[in-house]
Design a protein around this ligand. Structure first.
Ligand code: SF4
Length: 376
């Protein structure tokens, strides 16, 4: 069953490391929701299967939306699609947006049944380095309030490898997460993406550079602590208690179909991938002149194989050689088997029958291993 992704491209301020499309201005906001609703009308036939298992409000900062805006978007989704009874409706939220009134309204007046909170760290100096808008105290109290309002299906994001985040502080962040008893955690290594404020600040020596060895140490600590607390490491950056895997992200990782709406959002229906322009101005203007804001590519078999290898290898379901043979053919299978051999010998990949999984050592080099298996 497919999913729907809604990109809400507003942020109060831009975090230094962020390369997602978002703007720190609400100038286009009055036109944005109307453009999004019209895009939903236009995109209603993109997915063959109209039964939806997940709706994900991502961003940007979706918690800046009003309850009325969330309900107008959800209403339009209901006009064109059928939500499965156990559909997961996730809203990404920043701690500073979640006061009691907002939480109560989200819980009682909208279909949102899962929150994903961008905490990143409970320490103020890390949050200052990242240029987050909230502080550690706000993050703690937002989690407490969210749980009190009955939003128990709550996941948080944490970032490791921040230069100010010592090993001790990283362990403390994880300990605080565990104390709350939350069912899901996404933990990402801080990466310095080109064209971000962080990359410029590091180049100008105004910010401390990121140290890969520190990130590797933090990743090992992460695996130890989540393992001790019975979390399932089901994707390289994602950890869940049994039954709490993210339905939405699992669609991406298992090659499922999804419709993405809003500027910069991507869609995939099994045959083609398409994506919207990364510009608020062009996105909202195109709505009034009915100009296409989409770019589209039909995936070659080699691109589909590369995507399958890259995503499946990052998950606990692993890469299935039988699937490669059935879907892509014998020549792809032969290439896969030859190129993965050295990683099995080197202890980075473990083979169980037709399934190939990254070992703990391999998880440190997931992207490099996947790239070595690509067919170019
Ligand atoms: S809140 Fe999220 S989307 Fe917005 S700038 Fe920060 S990291 Fe990027």
């Amino acid at each position: 069953m497919p999913g729907i992704y809604i990109h809400i491209p507003f942020c109060k301020q831009k975090c230094h490391y962020c390369n997602f499309f978002s703007v720190a201005s609400e100038k286009h906001r009055p036109f944005f929701v109307r453009a999004l609703l019209n895009e939903l009308d236009r995109g209603k036939d993109y997915l063959e299967d109209k039964n939806i298992r997940s709706v994900y409000f991502g961003g940007g900062t979706p918690s800046m939306l009003s309850v009325d805006e969330i309900n107008r978007i959800s209403g339009k989704i209901n006009d064109h699609f059928v939500l499965s009874p156990d559909a997961e409706i996730t809203l990404e939220a920043n701690p500073d947006d979640l006061d009691n009134d907002k939480l109560k309204a989200l819980k009682n007046e909208t279909p949102v049944n899962r929150l994903s909170m961008g905490v990143q760290s409970f320490f103020d100096d890390d949050l200052v380095y990242l240029n987050r808008v909230h502080n550690g105290k706000q993050a703690l109290s937002a989690i407490e309030r969210t749980l009190k309002q009955g939003f128990t299906n709550l996941t948080i994001d944490l970032i490791y490898g921040i230069p100010s985040l010592t090993d001790k502080k990283w362990k403390e962040n994880l300990a605080v997460f565990m104390e709350f008893g939350l069912p899901h955690l996404s933990a990402y290594a801080l990466t310095v993406e080109p064209k971000t404020a962080l990359s410029t600040l590091i180049l100008k020596k105004k910010m401390q550079a990121v140290d890969e060895k520190q990130s590797i140490r933090h990743f090992k600590i992460l695996l130890e602590e989540t393992g001790k607390n019975d979390f399932i490491h089901y994707e390289i950056s994602n950890f869940a208690r049994q039954g709490h895997y993210s339905k939405h992200n699992s669609i991406y990782w298992l090659g499922g179909h999804y419709l993405g709406l809003g500027p910069s959002a991507h869609s995939f229906n099994g045959h083609s991938r398409q994506w919207n322009v990364s510009s608020m101005k062009l996105y909202t203007e195109a709505d009034t002149v009915e100009k296409s804001v989409l770019e589209k590519e039909v995936l070659t078999t080699a691109q589909q194989y590369n995507e399958y290898v890259m995503t499946s290898l990052r998950t606990s379901w692993g890469c299935d050689s039988q699937h490669i043979s059935n879907v892509f053919g014998e020549s792809f299978l032969a290439h896969f088997k030859v190129s993965i051999r050295k990683f099995i010998t080197g202890g980075e990949v473990q083979q169980n029958g037709n399934t190939y999984l990254l070992t703990e050592k391999g998880k440190l080099f997931a992207d490099g291993i996947a790239a070595a298996l690509f067919l170019v």
